[in-house]
Design a protein around this ligand. Structure first.
Ligand code: SF4
Length: 190
């Protein structure tokens, strides 16, 4: 892709996402998630919702509004927030599930929107600050576009998120760590 195709104006014309800074801290994200963690009750609720299209649509609307406000959620249906310091990777203009890309600036700015911090730099910093820095070494599976606009909570409670990223200590299958690849952010983006 030519460099001049990566201007903010071109991105806006194409409807590409803009990097979004989460409105709640990562620690609060982990805390809230603990209350939503999969259990039998939630799995039954999820199954019930999937049998009732109207209830499912209403539930998905609540999820959409809530997560758009807090995280800039774009309803990919397979939520990566728990592994990214509660920073939505789908707000990256390139929608990278593993980042940052090679275009991130030395100060941590997005290549497409240089005035905004790269979502992956923000994810790294939030994860580190909350004691979850190792999460950024996990390799994320590509997005399955068939799940777009589905409820990621329902998918999560139904156990469909279990292989969204590599296991932290998968024997003999450890991905290259970010620090081994030299992918430490340079300079703080606050
Ligand atoms: S469901 Fe997808 S788009 Fe929404 S916050 Fe999670 S990762 Fe981002």
């Amino acid at each position: 892709m030519a460099t001049d195709d990566l201007t903010a104006d071109a991105a806006a014309r194409r409807g590409w996402p803009r990097p979004f800074r989460p409105r709640i801290g990562a620690r609060l994200g982990y805390l809230l998630h603990a209350g939503l963690a999969t259990n039998r009750l939630y799995a039954r609720v999820a199954a019930w919702l999937e049998r009732r299209p109207r209830a499912y649509a209403a539930f998905t609307t609540v999820e959409r509004v809530t997560k758009q406000e807090l995280f800039g959620c774009r309803m990919c249906g397979q939520c990566a927030l728990p592994a990214t310091g509660y920073t939505c990777p789908m707000t990256c203009p390139k929608q990278l599930r593993n980042g940052p890309c090679g275009g991130v600036s030395a100060s941590g700015g997005c290549e497409v929107h240089p005035e905004l911090p790269c979502v992956w730099v923000v994810a790294y910093e939030r994860s580190e600050q909350a004691g979850h820095g190792a999460d950024l070494d996990l390799l994320q599976r590509p997005v399955d576009q068939r799940l777009r606009d589905q409820s990621s909570w329902v998918n999560y409670w139904q156990g469909r998120d279990e292989d969204l990223w590599t296991a932290a200590d998968a024997e003999g299958a450890r991905p290259l760590l970010h620090r081994e690849l030299g992918l430490h952010p340079v300079g703080g983006v606050r």
